[in-house]
Ligand binder design. Structure first.
Ligand code: PMP
Ligand code: GLN
Length: 383
């Protein structure tokens, strides 16, 4: 393995899920739902699979899916041409990697917010670029915000791009319009490309608003906006994602993408198109359910003795382990499946500064209520 990829030989999700299986633990580690997506979408996939629709789709994606993605994006007031400004990818993960491979190279710097989704550091490394990590700060109400001073300080003449995720995995924070407006201003001032990971765009709670960076002044032409069907329609295994950007940026991402996977998920693409057109009411129901599940798990964790942090979106809530007498969430996370039969992920594995994020565990609440309750019951034994 080449040195630049040596830090990335395994993923915490694969390891934690394997450990959960070994100990028959309730898996609140890896974020995936335990119920299916909308029936109409599944029917459509079945029709495609049995309707002889099983060969390569077109390189940029099925036209009806690109049209549906463009129409869906109109909800934010931005128009994209489905033929030149939309690209279907193998999940958001490929979109992120292809964008970095296409737009950055050795010597370039990419600003990444920590804690960061695990694929970001690996994808930046695969591109040969360098990550410049900035952190989050706590606002008065406990909400985590971008550290904009750190952002300004991280920009150098070599900075090429910023990689931003909101709603944010693993913390569940949602960046405000005000903060994102300042990010946009800095991107324009320093001629940066923004790569925005919006896979949790629909999963925001308590009236929080998802603001796509591309909708802010000067950003439409310099943003690679990425999302995916997995979280919106409970189909994380389908790996149908997409990019919306200017024709130049889409052409660049496509140049990389076409030699990574060429195409993927042909028979699933019409089903995702169908879901984007017809199942957004179902998604609103999912959002409401997840908000209740967030409350259920947050209350249960607090009851079990954790110091629970507020979550405003995503599948995740984080909790401080110190009130239970632990001093390192990673040590606890690796022992937890065997000790009480629950799996969670330590936030520090998503950072370059594990000491600063030492006390937080991430728990997924995208699970049936009985599963959440069972996990909470087991966690009570810790106290
Ligand atoms: N970005 C974030 C923040 C995620 O949490 C995930 C997946 N869980 C992804 C990207 C990957 O999305 P996909 O499965 O569509 O590749
Ligand atoms: N996105 C999911 C999470 O954060 C897991 C995805 C994966 O296993 N790579 O838990």
């Amino acid at each position: 393995l080449v040195p630049r990829l040596r830090p990335f030989t395994s993923t915490v999700f694969a390891e934690m899920t394997a450990l959960a299986v070994r100990h028959d633990a309730v898996n609140l580690g890896q974020g995936f739902p335990d119920t299916d997506g909308p029936a109409g979408m599944l029917e459509q996939a079945k029709d495609s699979l049995f309707g002889g629709d099983n060969q390569y789709p077109p390189g940029p994606g099925r036209p009806e899916l690109r049209a549906a993605i463009a129409r869906h994006r109109q909800r934010y007031g931005t128009s994209y041409d489905p033929d030149t400004e939309v690209l279907v990818t193998a999940g958001a993960t490929e979109a992120i990697a292809a964008a970095l491979l296409a737009l950055t190279e050795a010597g370039d710097e990419v600003i990444v917010v920590e804690p960061y989704y695990d694929s970001y550091a690996a994808a930046v490394a695969m591109a040969g670029a360098q990550r410049r990590v900035i952190g989050l700060t706590e606002a008065g109400d406990g909400r985590l915000e971008l550290d904009l001073d750190a952002f300004r300080a991280a920009i150098t003449p070599r900075t090429r791009a910023v990689l931003l995720n909101s709603p944010h995995n693993p913390t569940g924070t949602v960046f405000s319009r005000e903060q994102l407006t300042e990010v946009a201003r800095l991107c324009v001032e320093h001629d940066l490309i923004a790569i925005t990971d919006e896979v949790y765009e629909h999963l925001v709670f308590d009236g929080s608003e998802h603001v796509p960076l591309a909708t802010l002044p000067g950003m439409r032409t310099r943003t690679v906006a990425i999302s995916s069907a997995g979280k919106t329609f409970n189909c994380t295994g389908w790996k149908i994602g997409w990019v919306c950007a200017s024709p130049e940026l889409v052409a660049a991402v496509k140049a990389a993408k076409q030699f990574i996977t060429f195409v993927s998920g042909g028979p699933l693409q019409p089903a995702v198109a169908y879901a984007l057109e017809h199942e957004l009411d179902w998604v609103e129901g999912l959002r409401r359910d997840l908000q209740e599940k967030r409350d259920r798990l947050s209350a249960g964790l607090a009851d079990a003795g954790f110091d629970v942090r507020p979550s405003f979106g995503t599948y995740f809530v984080t909790a401080d382990v110190r009130p239970l007498g632990f001093s390192d969430a990673a040590e606890l996370a690796w022992a937890l499946p065997e000790r009480v039969g629950v799996a969670a992920v330590p936030v520090q594995v998503f950072t370059d500064h594990p000491d600063e994020w030492k006390y937080l565990l991430r728990f997924a609440f995208c699970k049936q209520n009985e599963v959440i309750d069972e996990a909470v019951g087991r966690l009570r034994k810790l106290g």
